[in-house]
Design a protein around this ligand. Structure first.
Ligand SMILES: *Cc1c(COP(=O)(O)O)cnc(C)c1O
Length: 423
């Protein structure tokens, strides 16, 4: 059917057919998780008695905003947390992580990252990005930092974590691979890290950067020892509908502290009007299990298809997913650029635009980014980006609608095959 709408050659359409067959058992696994999570979400809507009144917003201070407070409670129930802040006032994943870390850490405390070097944008937050600016990083506020590297095989170093936990206040875990070559962590690995950290220091606070991990499994890290989980609403849990926002969920006392950091100390979470975003936020979280499942299917399909035409991918299509990122070893700059441009050309928005590699602040090589999304910068929608340097790995993520994403990925495979003359 894709051939009726887009110019894909016969040979590749046959590969697509074979790939769909190979992916079938793995798609079924995704369907099961989706079904479980969708029912969990519906039950939480019922139990929290969400009504039409929750969907309309307020202005000004937003005292007694029932939509806001209802969403906080609903979200907490969905992720298995005591409490949550699920707010449009969080401007990005990085901002949400910043509020959480500043919320629980005090001068003289020590933050330990248990999974090696954290996500790029966190380096500035921690104050280890090499800059001397006094812009109010954790370091500027007298909060120390240490990290435990992952082992050679990318497994967490449990002995190292147990030992370093003795001198740490917070144990921070990054679930997703981000844009690195390691694997995303499984819930069991997160459980093992939490256990080791708490053996070293029973008072330690375990925080999990859950970006890209939400709804990939039946449970969230709260069920595996996390005291706080943090994420962005323009990724999985916003369901492609929330226009902005983030969440912090977990232990009630810690969420409360984060509320005071989000607004003003002493005022806390009781303030913050909701304007006109509540309907999108409720609808987004309601759709999130289905949308995340579509993104995972896109990842499985892309991995299998690219393997079939001769490119190495990670994770393999048969592997369990803990985030929605797929990396493709494009082998050279021309292939990498062709893949990203093709994804852009098959996006619903700005399909007529062509991305080119260009310099980005904070990166030592040119970056190419393809994203034709309804929400700017959204990465639950299909997008593709890469630094243009050896080993020419391109990162593909998202896909809210499997049928459209499959066509886009297939088209990108056709384009790269044309120039690389593979398979
Ligand atoms: C996206 C992401 C972040 C940061 O989110 P932004 O919205 O880009 O600020 C942090 N950690 C991980 C693992 C992410 O995937």
């Amino acid at each position: 059917m894709i051939g009726n709408f887009f110019d894909i050659d016969k040979e590749l359409l046959a590969v697509d057919k074979e790939v769909m067959e190979l992916c079938k058992p793995y798609f079924e696994r995704v369907d099961e998780v989706q079904q479980y999570n969708q029912l969990k979400v519906l039950k939480a809507f019922k139990e929290n008695r969400i009504s039409a009144q929750h969907l309309v917003g307020t202005t000004g201070y937003g005292y007694d905003d029932m939509g806001r407070d209802g969403l906080d409670r609903l979200f907490a129930d969905i992720v298995g947390a005591e409490d949550a802040l699920c707010r449009h006032n969080f401007m990005s994943g990085t901002h949400t992580l910043t509020v959480a870390l500043f919320g629980v850490l005090r001068a003289g405390d020590t933050l330990m990252c248990a999974t090696g070097r954290p996500y790029d944008t966190l380096l500035g937050v921690i104050g280890v990005d090499g800059s001397d600016e006094n812009y109010g990083s954790l370091k500027d506020y007298g909060i120390n930092y240490q990290q435990v590297e992952l082992l050679e095989n990318s497994e967490p170093d449990l002995d190292g974590i147990r030992e370093m936990a003795k001198t740490s206040t917070v144990c921070h875990i990054q679930r997703s691979r981000g844009y690195s070559t390691r694997k995303a962590l499984s819930l069991e690995q997160i459980g093992a890290i939490s256990k080791a950290a708490k053996e070293g220091n029973p008072d330690i606070i375990v925080t999990v950067d859950n970006c890209y991990g939400e709804f990939t499994h039946k449970e969230e890290p709260c069920a595996y020892g996390a005291d706080l989980i943090i994420g962005s609403l323009i990724k999985n849990p916003g369901g492609g509908i929330a226009p902005t926002g983030g969440y912090i969920a977990g232990r009630a006392d810690l969420v409360e502290k984060c509320g005071h950091r989000l607004t003003a100390p002493g005022t806390g979470r009781e303030i913050g009007c909701t304007l006109e975003v509540m309907r999108s936020m409720y609808l987004g979280v309601y759709f999130a299990p289905m949308i995340t499942a579509n993104a995972i299917k896109t990842s499985i399909y892309a991995s299998c298809l690219y393997n079939k035409i001769g490119f190495a991918t990670d994770p393999h299509y048969t592997e369990d997913r803990n985030d929605i990122i797929t990396s493709i070893a494009a082998e050279n700059a021309d292939n990498l650029i062709a893949i990203c441009q093709a994804i852009q050309h098959m996006s619903p928005i700005d399909s007529f635009a062509t991305p080119y590699p260009s310099p980005m602040p904070g990166y030592d090589s040119d970056i190419i980014m393809a994203s034709g999304s309804f929400t700017m910068g959204s990465s639950i929608e299909l997008s593709c980006d890469a630094p243009v340097r050896a080993p020419y790995t391109t990162f593909m993520q998202g896909g809210t609608t499997f049928d459209a994403s499959r066509a886009a990925v297939l088209y990108s495979a056709q384009k790269v095959r044309e120039i690389s003359k593979k398979a």
